[in-house]
Design a protein around this ligand. Structure first.
Ligand code: IMP
Length: 447
């Protein structure tokens, strides 16, 4: 076999003999989450065969508006709202079976078809159990002033157990003997922690077994080897959309650690979180708002603490889709955005919520940080540097016109066009689409 021969069939890498594989696409959040990924993924889902969630869990809240209906999806990929698409919850997702089934039931009750034909769940995905949720809340209380501001959905404790090799996976849930022994061992340790360290009431093994036994039965039809299914689909020419949750600035390796979530939130999460070779990921497109928001604690250099921050929050209805918490608001940060796009090799990006800036006066944009007399345009690793930076802003002229009905870039007010072009030049990655409202049709494609 030559080094270029493929291990299956007689196919080789030579162009003429290449299988019919379509390039796949990753859509990721290029800020601190809540960039409006749900709407964009829903928009792109129309043109693909598969939509795949590969990290995070029900901490995500992807809002999609279809006609007069508004859906908030936490675990189910946004492609479910398009008939005929295969939606995959891959192995890298932390799956809360209780919330997943609630979400499936809620969708079915609203007339959305959900069955094993259009929703697949990885047997290898780790499961969020009741003790993970309980420990998430207790650990936050324990941290006091140093709390992360998590969503309380058990994400951190579940991924911690995965890394510590004591987690339970979906395949364990389906096997009554493994579920029994796994839960027994887990609860022995977690209950000791809950009681002795946190002084809280322990969980009852019998109740938990009963609950997860019932949930497993209902979930079983969705379960499979989703990595193998996706690799096969890719070879057969499928167009796969990888839907990231949260944002790159919350990535456990590249974000503002420790004020991050517990997974890899960019393209980096795909190979491990799906079982999909990195060479097969065709393109990465970042999503970023025309300004910035963050929920939870942690550094946010361009945060607007004054009344203009509150004005942005109201104009953009910036309240968490999962927790309802008011989001911290501030201005677009070119330093952080350039870092996020570069890390992921983004060839283009999509700017959302441009309409929100209408009527808000001039638009400040963070272009550099200064510390101890030094100016820098790269994102620092240490929190101490971030806490101490002074932000250098460039003030761009604002506009007052309503943008929500505009569909062509040339029809935007001159100041809005200038803003987009100036940001694009500063970030050095082209903007392919603008989103100017929550509805599916409220987009402006640029040539
Ligand atoms: P966790 O993911 O619940 O552990 O929360 C860790 C941090 O990530 C907190 O600051 C959360 O507010 C933030 N976070 C988690 N999921 C999202 C999301 O979907 N959008 C925005 N922030 C999120």
């Amino acid at each position: 076999m030559t080094p270029f021969a493929r291990p299956y069939g007689r196919r080789t890498f030579f162009a003429r003999e290449r299988p019919l594989a379509m390039p796949s696409l990753c859509v990721f959040g290029a800020q601190w989450g809540d960039e409006g990924k749900g709407k964009i993924i829903d928009h792109l889902a129309a043109d693909v065969t598969h939509v795949v969630r590969y990290q995070g869990g029900s901490n995500a809240g992807h809002t999609v508006v279809v006609g007069a209906e508004k859906y908030v999806l936490h675990l189910v990929p946004s492609g479910v709202l398009h008939p005929g698409k295969v939606n995959v919850i891959a192995n890298g997702v932390a799956v809360d079976p209780l919330l997943l089934l609630e979400e499936i039931d809620g969708l079915i009750a609203r007339g959305v078809a959900v069955s094993s034909a259009n929703l697949r769940l990885s047997a290898r995905a780790h499961v969020i159990l009741q003790h993970h949720r309980r420990l998430d809340a207790l650990a936050e209380r324990w941290r006091g002033e140093g709390r992360i501001g998590t969503t309380g959905r058990g994400i951190g404790p579940c991924y911690a157990d995965k890394a510590a090799r004591v987690g339970l996976r979906v395949c364990d849930l389906l096997d009554p003997a493994r579920l029994e022994s796994g839960l027994r061992v887990a609860l022995a340790e977690k209950n000791a922690l809950i009681q002795s360290v946190h002084g809280d009431t322990p969980l009852d093994l019998g109740e938990q077994l009963d609950l997860y036994g019932r949930l497993a039965e209902r979930l079983s039809s969705f379960v499979g080897d989703t990595g193998a299914e996706l690799r096969d689909a890719h070879r057969a020419g499928a167009a796969i959309l990888f839907e990231a949750a949260q944002g790159v600035m919350l990535d456990v390796d590249h974000g503002t650690y420790p004020y991050v979530t517990s997974s890899n939130t960019g393209v980096d999460g795909i190979p491990a979180g799906v079982g999909f070779p990195p060479q097969w990921i065709g393109r990465a497109v970042g999503i970023a708002k025309a300004y910035c928001t963050r929920v939870g604690e942690g550094p946010f250099p361009s945060e607007e603490h004054g009344p203009r921050g509150a004005e942005l929050r109201e104009a953009g209805n910036e309240y968490g889709a999962t927790t309802g918490r008011p989001r911290r608001c501030g201005w677009l940060d070119v330093v952080a955005l350039r870092y996020a796009l570069e890390l992921n090799g983004a060839t283009s990006w999509i700017m959302t919520n441009l309409d929100v800036l209408s009527g808000l006066g001039d638009v400040p944009v963070a272009v550099a940080y200064r510390r101890e007399g030094r100016r820098f345009e790269t994102f620092p690793a240490e929190l101490s540097s971030l806490d101490a930076v002074e932000v250098e802003y460039e003030h761009r002229p604002g506009w007052t016109e309503d943008l929500t009905g505009i569909r062509r870039f040339e029809d935007l007010p001159r100041a809005a066009r200038n803003y987009v072009e100036w940001v694009e030049a500063s970030v050095r990655v082209p903007i392919e689409t603008l989103s100017i409202g929550p509805r599916r049709d409220q987009v402006i494609h640029r040539s």
